[in-house]
Design a protein around this ligand. Structure first.
Ligand code: GSH
Length: 217
């Protein structure tokens, strides 16, 4: 059976869980800390830079969310989350990259402060806000939002949901900026994506993991 090394409160791990549930693939979840938090060298060996998620299939390890998405669609083609249409396929990747590089990676600068009681980073704060703003504008412009990101439900929806989920509290607390209010059409689509039973189950796991973390600190 496919194994997932993931952290329940991590947004990228949640993306893989969401995809597996949508594709109705059985999996074994192995709750794991990234190398940066555990210093466990076996994680560094399995993953590009020791980050999660990682999957194990037939003795092989694959890390990086987009690579895992691609593998899952080829290896388990019954329910596809990438379109067969070349243009839709490219647009799905485009949306994922917008979310990954111009939104989530920017918000990530503040995760230690927002989620783990770390120090608030100084410097580049306004530049990061400009980048997130550009990313969100581009996401709204490039998505079809009818109601999904690119026509039918796809990996673009899964990625956007969990990329924006962590960006919301960052923007609220760092910039006093309600991104959902500023990007209403995006917000309406996210409501529909997040109302799926699969999404609800994954968000439930994240909430439980967050509660556990907060009760231990
Ligand atoms: N580029 C990676 C990013 C994954 C990522 O950032 N994972 C986080 C958890 S959400 C992590 O493991 N961070 C710890 C680290 O980077 O050392 C992907 O696409 O999967």
């Amino acid at each position: 059976m496919l194994k997932v090394y993931g952290l329940s409160l991590s947004n990228h791990s949640s993306m893989i869980k969401f995809a597996l549930k949508e594709k109705k693939i059985d999996y074994e979840w192995i709750e794991t800390l990234p190398y940066s938090m555990s210093n466990d060298k076996s994680i560094l060996e399995k993953s590009a830079i020791g980050a999660l998620p990682i999957i194990e299939y037939q003795g092989e390890y694959i890390s990086e969310t987009l690579a895992i998405f691609s593998f899952l669609d080829k290896a388990f083609p019954n329910i596809k989350l990438f379109s067969e249409d070349p243009l839709e396929f490219a647009k799905t990747i485009e949306i994922i990259n917008i979310c990954q590089f111009y939104i989530e990676l920017q918000a990530r600068n503040f995760y230690p402060f927002i989620f783990f009681g770390g120090k608030k980073p100084e410097g580049n704060i306004d530049m990061i806000k400009d980048k997130i703003h550009m990313g969100l504008k581009s996401l709204e412009k490039k998505s079809t939002l009818n109601p999904y990101m690119i026509n039918n439900f796809s990996y673009a929806d899964i990625y956007s949901s969990f990329a924006i989920f962590t960006t919301i509290p960052v923007c609220k607390q760092i910039y006093d900026w309600d991104i959902l209010q500023d990007f209403i059409k995006l917000s309406d689509s996210l409501d529909i994506i997040n109302s799926r039973d699969t999404a609800k189950a994954v968000y439930n796991d994240v909430a439980e993991a967050m509660n556990k973390l907060n009760n231990n600190t």
